[in-house]
Ligand binder design. Structure first.
Ligand code: 1CP
Length: 355
């Protein structure tokens, strides 16, 4: 890896080394809130965008340029890996993503196809290459994947035949929870297939040029600590343990601060934290040997420049009280589509100007 990237604020922070400034990037930093994205998106469907690496790369490069952030993430989606695994995935313009061939009974797990090679997602590997080239060592590039549990929330459908398995209809996560308790051995089989596939996918992104990877366990917060420990933690650990040595992993599982000690024990160099807990208290739960990423409430970006600055300073002050190194500023979850772009820029400036 080049020394320029090794010495970048983002890379130094994720490794708990001192850096001159606090690095900042925003989850979902390229997206519908941004005029430039909406213009590109009006010409392509979301799937076409993801499958056209030169444009996917351009979308992210435009966003990082506009915002002035310290890290780029590839433009892609956590659900794309499900296609070569035999689940249909569609992204309708309204109502959220849809898995068209979900698991409806325990026997369906046998038909889930393990990813054989990252080349089955060649377009993602190309997006990594093009984005990395376009960045020209200005900042590290983050690859990413959904954690096995979060992928399972999308693929385990309503057991009733022909029922509509739209994820938005399943916000209580009742199907995935019932499945893991009722069918522990099929659950283990499904999670193992997701782990093996995701490890290949992430290591493929690393081979293609990703310098950090982030694991999104976006819906793990719906679980109790006991269920997380029994049904999820061993698999996420297995996955993180298989990531290429020396590549920092950011482990993000928002929604339930009570899980933080387990999330940290599961692995990662940096732990992502949402706004439901203060950053200093979160760091106490995680431990000082981990970097921490977070934790502004995305709703604050719907206010104004002064309110944003005040909230940014509050978070940085709390983080600094704990440790001088190892803090990455981010939102607690993805940026909201209603966010004015100038507010996102104000946030980045506020972090960079912090004394
Ligand atoms: O129509 C559109 O333009 C599609 C909107 C969209 C976008 C811009 C989707 C559909 N995915 C993405 C990109 C995306 N998704 C990125 C790229 C980087 C960026 O935008 O800056 C990343 C990192 C993701 C990750 C992702 N996808 C997560 C994890 C992050 C999180 O928010 O917790 C999840 C849960 C998804 C699933 C997904 N894909 C798309 C949507 C709207 C959703 C989430 C909502 C849902 O399931 O209802």
């Amino acid at each position: 890896m080049s020394h320029i990237i090794d010495d970048s604020p983002m890379m130094r922070a994720v490794r708990l080394q001192h850096s001159d400034r606090i690095p900042v990037w925003l989850m979902r930093q390229a997206g519908r809130y941004m005029q430039e994205y909406r213009e590109v998106r009006s010409k392509f469907t979301f799937t076409e965008l993801c499958k056209t690496p030169s444009i996917a790369a351009e979308v992210m490069l435009t966003a990082v340029e506009r915002l002035g952030v310290d890290a780029a993430i590839i433009f892609s989606d956590i659900l794309l890996i499900l296609e070569p695994m035999g689940f249909g995935v569609v992204f309708p313009d309204e109502g959220g993503p849809l898995v068209t061939k979900p698991i409806r009974n325990p026997r369906d797990v046998d038909n889930v196809i393990e990813l054989e090679s990252e080349n089955q997602l060649q377009y993602v590997m190309d997006t990594v290459r093009y984005t990395r080239e376009g960045l020209n060592n200005r900042m590290p590039l983050i690859g990413f994947a959904g954690a096995p549990f979060t992928l399972a929330t999308y693929v385990i459908g309503d057991p009733k035949p022909n029922s509509n398995h739209r994820f938005a209809n399943n916000r209580n996560f009742q199907h995935v929870k019932a499945f893991m308790h009722l069918y522990p051995s099929e659950w283990a089989n499904l999670m193992s297939k997701l782990v093996t596939s995701t490890a290949k996918y992430l290591n493929g992104q690393i081979a293609a040029g990703a310098q950090i990877v982030q694991l999104f366990d976006s819906w793990a917060g719906c679980l109790s600590v006991e269920d997380y420990a029994e049904f999820v933690q061993p698999y996420s650990k297995l996955l993180i343990d298989q990531i290429s040595v020396g590549v920092p992993v950011i482990h993000f599982a928002p929604g339930n601060p009570m899980l933080l000690p387990n999330i940290a024990a599961t692995g990662g160099s940096a732990i992502g934290v949402d706004w439901r807990i203060a950053i200093d208290k979160a760091w106490d739960l995680i431990g000082s040997n981990y970097a921490i990423q977070g934790n502004l409430d995305p709703a604050i970006l719907l206010t104004d420049r002064n309110t944003i600055r005040k909230n940014v300073q509050k978070i940085i002050n709390l983080a600094k009280q704990k440790q001088n190194n190892g803090f990455i500023f981010n939102l607690g979850h993805g940026i909201l589509p209603q966010t004015p772009t100038e507010n996102a820029i104000s946030l980045v400036e506020a972090v960079h100007e912090f004394e």
